[in-house]
Design a protein around this ligand. Sequence first.
Ligand SMILES: Nc1ncnc2c1ncn2[C@@H]1O[C@H](COP(=O)(O)OP(=O)(O)OP(=O)(O)O)[C@@H](O)[C@H]1O
Ligand SMILES: [Mg+2]
Length: 448
Amino acid sequence: MSCILIVDDNDAMREQYAYDLKRLAQHDILTAADGDQALEILADQAVDCVVLDLEMPGRDGFGVLQEMQKKDIDVPVVVYTGTGDYARCVRAVQLGAWGFIDKGEPTERVAREIENALAHQRMAREISALRSRHERDSALVGRSQVMENLRGRIAKLAPIPSPVLILGESGTGKEIVARELHRLGAHPAAPLVAVNCAALPENLAESELFGHQRGAFTGADRLRRGAFESAGEGTLFLDEVGELPLPLQAKLLRVLEGGEYTRIGSTTVLKNRSRVVAATNRDLDVEVQNKRFREDLLYRLNVHTLPVPPLRERLDDVPPLVNHFLRDICERHRINFVNIHDEALAGLMQSDWRRNNVRELRNIVERLVIECGGKEIDAAVVNTTLGEGRTSHSTGTGTLAEQREDAERGIIRAALQRNDGHLTRTAAALGLADHASLSKIMKRLGMK
Ligand SMILES: Nc1ncnc2c1ncn2[C@@H]1O[C@H](COP(=O)(O)OP(=O)(O)OP(=O)(O)O)[C@@H](O)[C@H]1O
Ligand SMILES: [Mg+2]
């Protein structure tokens, strides 16, 4: 059911329209007797369409349209006029009105115009949802067995309405997985609303999720729908859910349990129809132990978990990912596609991408595209670029042993590069007995 606001200074006219429209279509009808009152209501209520009289004392229809444009209130407006002055209607459309009708026309015409405006609005929303999906989601690249298993799990979980918790190290592709769940879900044309729980401003966090009524707190100068409401039948993606402040965890839990919520400052109970997908790179069990995450919320969220494996466990995915990124980056930079030599690819498959997984790979490919200067990317460029990354990150994560191995790999790669890949010369430069000792060390470090 949609909510229609009728604005007319003529009481009889307004009430007649309200009565007729209610009878013709099952909408909620609100009425306003002048322009200012109309703007008040628009700030206060979730209106879906406005029927606006152009001629009113005080702030007339044009004034309302101007103010709506200024405040960025995106609600379709059907203007109606008794003057039959075509130029005025054109002016109203230029000010953002969706359509116009003459007061002489039957109410059925008005009703039809409203339905058209509503349908148009719905379609505009769907198109923007589809477009953002099309632009942002490159779907999951990778054909490794691990990846195929992940795809299988996604396909299984996508259609069900219960929450899904996506787990994985930083940069493994959790957000892409969330988009896949939405794309293959029950309502792919509905919006996917992503909320980064780590970036929620403390004082606005609750309003971001649940919305607020006008006047709910200082600065709440008009009604705002929250993420749950904006997601509608679509997906609410709670990214970095481990960072959600404890008071909000309690509120989120209540919505997940009861399926209902209210905007701040409102008593109207709203039904949650969206599918909740959460993601984290934290170990939530540890967070629970440390009292930073509610255990009951964890059990609500982790009915279905979807682990996204780190890139080092699916190095077969590196070549297709690199080619995917190369295409994407070259397109974005508007340059000709650069090729990559097989040996260079092999070099990229030797890194363990422990720091940032696929995102790290993507950044390296971006650097390679710049470094290679339009020529084919070869092993030497890869070695230098990876080496640079290593030294600049030498205070990385991992155990002492892991970091030491990392550093050793970097040193050997750099030395190999300085000596054109010549093993004996590299061994000598590094003060090793012979090339066999170097080979042995490289084998231990998993280098080819
Ligand atoms: N399988 C994949 N196919 C194509 N691109 C991918 C894939 N996995 C990750 N990417 C790309 O790698 C980058 C990081 O992915 P994403 O943001 O989804 O990771 P994340 O797990 O959410 O990371 P974080 O924990 O830091 O939020 C993005 O640019 C994404 O497009
Ligand atoms: Mg992410």
